[in-house]
Design a binder for this molecule. Structure first.
Ligand code: AVJ
Length: 325
């Protein structure tokens, strides 16, 4: 029998991992859903909008730092390396690095295949002599990079403070995995947002126009859309809190009244005031950033910040390490 065609507005086939994470996360206490599920098409658009908000300082600050840092990176690492970008997304900061280090190959890695192919095309047009090898993968898992770059020295690029989404335990695992896939001798250029006052941190994650609120709430819309849920989205509100003990901004979705809903045929009840934890954004002081890198097998070799010290960009090398003196 022929499969019936998918009609407009009909539920599309959901990622089984999304389903599992949501069902497991809603059943758990405290309730929590991994932040990676924010990024459907709408979520990616909302994130782009966040990066242009006056309150959201990280994107423009890191871009300004990279304008200064990248020519110096080129002096340190030399030209002709293979640039490997982790979670490349829309690749908006990449041209600054590519202009400066003139790589032989550029390998953007992202889980969102659509987005990856689209931004790779744009970059390939802008850099006609550059070999662009898009790689659709979850960079959190083990990676086997294209054979073409096996003998080319690597420069990893991990901007945006994306590492801040992970708890330090997972961040160290990821840094070690990157060391494993890029190899000894590789260099990593990584951005990490710094610790600062709540007066600046909280508005960055709870802006006046409600774009971040919409970004957070879109997760519930996505669950309803893709997992056949009936969550009353209007009964939730966006919350951003600074957890000083763990040095992170947390985003939650708070039920404003007692409510009940189903997802994928499973029933859930929440009391008013209960929350679903949706994101962590860890912040690292200079010393914190250095020890995190070392714990992950990367030796810091240079670092840059903005005049106000809001954001840090670090260059680190995967050196041969001896476990004892
Ligand atoms: C993409 C993870 C770096 O934590 O600042 C922005 C995501 N969430 N506003 C961040 C985000 C809400 C962002 N990262």
């Amino acid at each position: 029998m022929l499969k019936p065609e998918i009609e407009d507005g009909e539920q599309t086939l959901a990622d089984p991992q999304f389903r599992a994470d949501v069902l497991e996360g809603l059943a758990r206490r405290p309730r929590a859903i991994p932040a990676r599920w924010f990024y459907d098409r709408r979520g990616s658009e909302l994130f782009e909008a966040i990066t242009n908000l006056p309150e959201y300082y990280p994107t423009r600050t890191e871009r300004a730092i990279l304008e200064t840092a990248c020519p110096e990176v080129a002096d340190i690492v030399g030209k002709g390396r293979a640039v490997v970008e982790f979670g490349s997304g829309s690749s908006t900061k990449t041209p600054i690095l590519l202009e400066a280090v003139a790589p032989s190959v550029y390998v953007p890695i992202d889980i969102s295949g659509d987005f990856l192919r689209q931004s790779s095309k744009v970059l390939a047009e802008r850099f006609p002599d550059l070999l662009v090898l898009p790689f659709e993968a979850d960079f959190m898992g083990p990676l086997s990079l294209p054979k073409t770059i096996a003998d080319t020295p690597k420069l990893g690029f991990f901007p945006g403070s994306t590492i801040g989404n992970m708890i330090p335990l997972m961040a160290v695992d990821l840094l070690r995995a990157m060391r494993g896939s890029l190899g000894v001798g590789a260099i990593l250029l990584i951005g990490m947002d710094r610790i600062k006052g709540e007066d600046m941190l909280l508005p960055a994650y709870d802006d006046a126009d409600g774009v971040t609120a919409a970004f957070n709430l879109n997760l519930l819309e996505r669950i309803n859309r893709e997992l056949g849920g009936d969550i009353p989205v209007e009964a939730f509100q966006h919350k951003a809190v600074w957890n000083d003990d763990r040095a992170r901004v947390e985003m939650h979705l708070e039920a404003v009244r007692d409510l009940a809903f189903t997802v994928d045929g499973r029933s859930f009840e929440m009391a008013g005031g209960e929350t679903i934890h949706t994101e962590n954004s860890h912040k690292y002081g200079v010393r914190d950033a250095r020890i995190l890198l070392r714990a992950g097998g990367w030796t810091p070799v240079a670092e840059w910040t903005d005049p106000e010290g809001l954001f840090g960009v670090y260059l680190a090398e995967a050196q041969v390490e001896r476990p004892a003196p």
